[in-house]
Design a protein around this ligand. Structure first.
Ligand SMILES: [Fe+2]
Ligand SMILES: [Fe+2]
Length: 316
């Protein structure tokens, strides 16, 4: 079975975001996918996410009925657009959408199950030699704020308690099928390799904000012996790694300016191609991004990013 995995579509951040469902459905057909998996952060409001998923489902139906499974991300449960909306209510509303998973398990094949949920953060991925729980409960550091905290109503539940509750649920699901292989999908990162690394130019800040990317507990779940693939998003890096027979992938589409360094020359307008060529060949991704950032997104560059982010996982 060929699974296509992608995360962090952020359709409302992309100037051409209304085309993403069309691009995904076309790619699902072109790549011969048997199912499409989306690891959260579709949009900054659950109503927008729901409308997008309805459109995507319809387009995949036209392609012969390719199923799509998805979990939410922290952006999807924000209440900026609907003051008073709680996270529980956002999740409850999504329950009527086919393919939605929040700490649920579904069979993909006779041998493999999908276990999926948002996951949450409990500060364990921050540099704990520098920051205490008290520091991380401030949700701000170095003049920057973790805005997601203020836009999410967890119903008064502490993020650390929520993480524990949800991790316990995910772990129980993974262990409920010891004789099956499991594909684990969470929005929060489930491998520490996807923390913002120490050589990143903004690590002086991210050594703190890494605390809101996921939890050590999710990594422990991903290392359960029957987990064969672990998909995550949230951090807006694209990466894939294999460890002890498990594939870990972070197939982020991200925002419009985050992966400009990957845009191939032929998709750059001549003026940008020239500027790009003036940079040294070994320029860092963030240097290329900074140079190209004023460039407008086009349907062609967005389609490239969707294809570039989409990761294919083969399972039995
Ligand atoms: Fe995101
Ligand atoms: Fe996120």
């Amino acid at each position: 079975m060929r699974l296509g995995a992608i995360s962090d579509l952020h359709i409302d951040l992309h100037p051409c975001g209304s085309r993403i469902a069309e691009f995904l459905a076309d790619l699902a057909e072109e790549r011969g996918l048997d199912a499409l998996l989306i690891a959260g952060d579709v949009a900054g409001y659950c109503g927008t996410t729901d409308r997008f998923m309805a459109e995507l489902e319809e387009r995949l139906e036209e392609k012969g009925g390719i199923p799509v499974w998805f979990c939410l991300g922290n952006h999807d449960v924000w209440n900026r657009e609907e003051p008073g909306l709680t996270m529980d209510e956002a999740i409850r509303r999504m329950r009527s959408r086919r393919g939605f998973l929040q700490n649920d398990i579904v069979p993909l094949t006779g041998r493999t199950c999908l276990v999926a949920g948002i996951g949450w953060w409990d500060f364990s991925l921050a540099d704990r030699t520098r920051f205490t729980d008290e520091d991380l409960l401030r949700y701000s550091f170095g003049g920057r704020e973790w805005r997601s905290h203020g836009w999410t109503d967890t119903g008064g539940i502490d993020d650390r308690d929520l993480t524990k509750r949800w991790n316990d649920e995910l772990l129980a699901l993974v262990r409920s099928v010891p004789d099956k292989d499991v594909v684990l999908m969470t929005h929060m990162i489930n491998h520490p390799a996807y923390k913002v690394p120490a050589d990143h130019p903004n690590y002086a800040i991210f050594c703190y904000f890494n605390g809101y990317l996921g939890s050590e507990g999710l990594f422990r779940i991903a290392r359960e012996p029957n987990v064969k693939a672990a998909i995550s998003g949230h951090v807006h890096f694209r990466g894939r790694t294999e460890e002890n027979g498990t594939v870990y992938t972070c197939p982020n589409l991200g925002g419009p300016a985050e992966f400009l360094y990957r845009v191939p020359e032929e998709l750059l307008a001549p003026e940008w191609r020239e500027k790009r060529a003036a940079l040294p060949a070994d320029a860092k991704p963030w240097e290329v991004n900074a140079l190209l950032r004023p460039m407008d997104e086009t349907p062609e560059t967005l389609r490239f990013h969707v294809e570039n982010a989409l990761d294919i996982i083969e399972i039995e």
